[in-house]
Design a protein. Structure first.
Length: 168
């Protein structure tokens, strides 16, 4: 729950959300921990807490993970298309980056052809491309286009991708 609160804070542009979301996540984590431990000492109420609190929370977290992965794919599709056009990413890499299954297939392919080193390099390539996409999203959302520091970070991501591309 704390991680969810931190994730919400990182993605928000509102200062109040960035402050309150981690606190709310921590509070919810502590409450759920209290409820879990407390219900274990109350005999049959444990089943009630498990069925009507813990199971819905578990399925809610799974739904949130699914939603987050879809959102991540959309961010990657939106902010990495320019790298396909300039040749840094192939269309296949772009498609695989945009889905969890595609990343998994690409990672397994790298493992088969390059062993553990190839698998690690492919993972680093995916991570760097994702960081570039989310950097671009933050720059766009916060109106920092043309800001020297933003341009410096983007160029560093691009340079790292070029270096990994040469090794792949």
């Amino acid at each position: 729950m704390t991680g969810i609160g931190l994730g919400i804070a990182c993605q928000s542009d509102r200062r109040s959300v960035r402050f309150l979301a981690p606190l709310a996540g921590l509070g919810l984590a502590m409450f759920l921990h209290f409820l879990w431990n407390g219900s274990a000492s109350l005999g049959p109420l444990f089943i009630v807490a498990y069925l009507f609190v813990m199971m819905p929370v578990f399925f809610g977290v799974l739904a949130l993970v699914y939603y987050s992965l879809r959102q991540e794919g959309q961010v990657l599709r939106e902010h990495l298309w320019a790298e396909v056009q300039n040749g840094l990413l192939t269309r296949e890499e772009y498609d695989s980056l945009s889905s969890g299954g595609g990343r998994l297939r690409a990672s397994w392919g790298a493992m088969r052809t390059g062993g553990v080193g190839g698998w690690r390099l492919r993972g680093q390539f995916h991570q760097t491309a994702s960081e570039l996409a989310f950097h671009r999203r933050r720059v766009h959302r916060r109106g920092l286009s043309g800001h020297p520091e933003s341009a410096h970070f983007e160029e560093a991501y691009l340079q790292r991708l070029r270096e990994m591309r040469a090794r792949l």
